[in-house]
Design a protein around this ligand. Structure first.
Ligand code: URA
Length: 212
């Protein structure tokens, strides 16, 4: 797909009542993404679940409630960030995305990234992380570490759904959000030592999804 879109609205219009893969036949609503069109932080989840499929908005169920709490912990609301998913339609029974589905759907996510041009992409859970970073590494080893894909900083974190019944993961998520707050705070608000620590972190995964 060529980069022919000048706005998220134009892209949404192009996607239309999508039937490019078979997920259209079981979805209720295509979930395009929500938030600020020029957000500094773009969250990428896996795929809509049942509530999202019904409402047409990402992360509106229990995991979304936790995401809202996490955002609030660094002084943000969802209207100040952008939230999207690898897939725009719910896989039946919330099964994992299949290769043909990601191949078909993710050119639209790439366009969203290009149009939003965020400072940081936060990948939620294993599927989004492995897709964006083009890696087989697990989320447990990558979470909370600053990675890169082309010109974008990428911060992998646990999927909020994985933390709903696991207090340890929940604590880790709040820690990783504190890190996100540091990464995106205006330089004047960040202690020099923290800036140095981020700058010196080794580039352990070289993503190739996005161009420099
Ligand atoms: N889980 C996701 O990965 N995305 C959503 O939108 C909802 C739940």
């Amino acid at each position: 797909m060529s980069s022919e879109f000048e706005s998220l609205e134009e892209l949404r219009e192009h996607i239309g009542d999508c039937r490019r893969c078979t997920l259209w036949s079981t979805r209720t609503t295509l979930v395009f993404g929500v938030g600020k069109p020029d957000a500094e932080i773009l969250f990428v989840g896996e795929a809509p679940g049942r509530n999202e499929d019904l409402k047409g908005e990402p992360f509106v169920g229990a995991a979304g409630k936790l995401l809202d709490e996490l955002l609030a912990s660094i002084g943000l609301t969802r209207s100040e960030v952008y939230i999207a998913n690898i897939l725009k339609c719910r896989p039946p029974g919330n099964r994992d995305p299949q290769r043909n589905e990601t191949d078909t759907c993710t050119p639209f996510l790439r366009e969203q990234v290009r149009l939003i041009d965020p400072r940081v992409i936060v990948t939620l859970g294993k599927h989004a992380t492995q897709f964006i970073l083009k890696t087989d590494r697990g989320i447990t080893g990558l979470r909370g570490t600053l990675q890169h894909s082309g010109k974008y900083d990428v911060l992998p974190i646990f999927h909020p759904a994985a933390a709903l019944y696991d207090a340890t993961k929940r604590d880790v998520l709040f820690e990783d959000f504190a890190r996100l707050g540091e990464l995106t705070a205006p330089a004047s608000e960040v202690a020099e030592a923290q800036v140095d620590a981020v700058a010196e972190e080794p580039r352990s995964v070289q993503g190739t999804l996005f161009e420099d």
